[in-house]
Design a protein around this ligand. Structure first.
Ligand code: MLT
Length: 289
């Protein structure tokens, strides 16, 4: 296993001044050997969301786990949209000397993964869509984003913690794993208000990706938690149904998980990602990264 390129972020990261990773603008973990797997976190979280999969899959893949701009330990970008976020992922691949990778994203990370496919499909060997949606925000969702942004301008990160924390974990995790709620609250409170506002704007203005999903030609994982109230299984079912019929796909509904199955049921998500890697890079022809 190769060493981390930078230490995992503390649970509550201060406002970053600059990326510690040098070559790429994104602070990131770079762990393991084998075909590259990029894991993109959701909003308003950081790369610690993927720590279980990063550690478990390092024997099978080179796991690249970035903090998206402004989140965790990454420097902020200038009013990024999802396409600009995708370009930071492409720059990370370039900086790490990676030609092709499997890219998996959860929720906002899924929006970025869709933008990656739109912009540089030739660099993508497989796609994972977890707890995300292909449709753009409708008018109500856009109005909710704007109302939340107004609150964030006066109350800071507390507003987003109040609004989002209750919906992130499934009922089983809320009952059995109170430490997860404390952890998420800490990460969210540590996210700068300016990054939260950028993220809300980027998600509000993201394009509809239904057409993009219809062009996917690589093996795909589509995963949801059965207790997810933000992107319930039917939302992921619509995404899976929009894939071209001949796209190799695994559809998985993880029981006992809400919007963050990679934290709530880590082993189930690790298995699903390992299956995706196996379909993209069968062991006999996996390139050594
Ligand atoms: C996320 O988890 O990234 C957000 O819930 C996505 C969104 O608000 O659309």
């Amino acid at each position: 296993m190769s060493p981390l390129s930078s230490a995992p972020p503390p649970l509550a990261s201060p406002r970053p001044e600059a990326s510690p990773t040098g070559a790429s603008a994104l602070a990131h973990d770079d762990v393991g050997r084998g075909p590259a797997l990029v894991l993109l976190h959701g909003f308003p979280l950081d790369r610690s969301l993927w720590r279980h999969q990063r550690d478990a899959l390092a024997t099978r893949a080179r796991c690249l786990v970035p903090d998206l701009p402004g989140f965790g330990a990454s420097a902020t970008a200038d009013r990024p949209d999802v396409d600009a976020l995708a370009e930071t992922v492409r720059a990370l691949l370039d900086a790490c000397g990676i030609e092709r990778a499997v890219i998996a994203g959860l929720s906002m990370g899924g929006y970025v993964a869709m933008a990656c496919w739109r912009r540089f499909p030739e660099r993508i060997a497989g796609l994972g869509f977890l707890a995300t949606r292909m449709e753009a925000d409708d008018d109500d969702a856009r109005a909710r984003r704007d109302a939340l942004a107004s609150r964030v301008r006066t109350e800071g990160a507390t507003a987003v913690v109040d609004a989002m924390l209750p919906g992130l974990l499934g009922r089983s995790s809320r009952r059995r794993r109170p430490e997860l709620e404390r952890e998420l609250s800490s990460v969210m409170h540590g996210t700068a208000a300016s990054t939260i506002l950028d993220g809300l704007r980027a998600m509000r203005d993201r394009p509809d990706s239904t057409g993009t999903i219809g062009t996917v030609t690589v093996p795909t994982l589509v995963l949801s938690g059965d207790e997810d109230v933000l992107t319930p299984p039917p939302v992921l079912g619509r995404l899976a149904a929009a894939l071209p019929p001949d796209t190799a796909r695994l559809e998985s509904v993880v029981t006992g998980a809400g919007h963050l199955p990679c934290l709530e049921r880590p082993a189930a998500v690790t298995l699903a990602l390992a299956d995706l890697l196996d379909r993209c890079f069968p062991l006999h022809d996996a390139p050594a990264a």
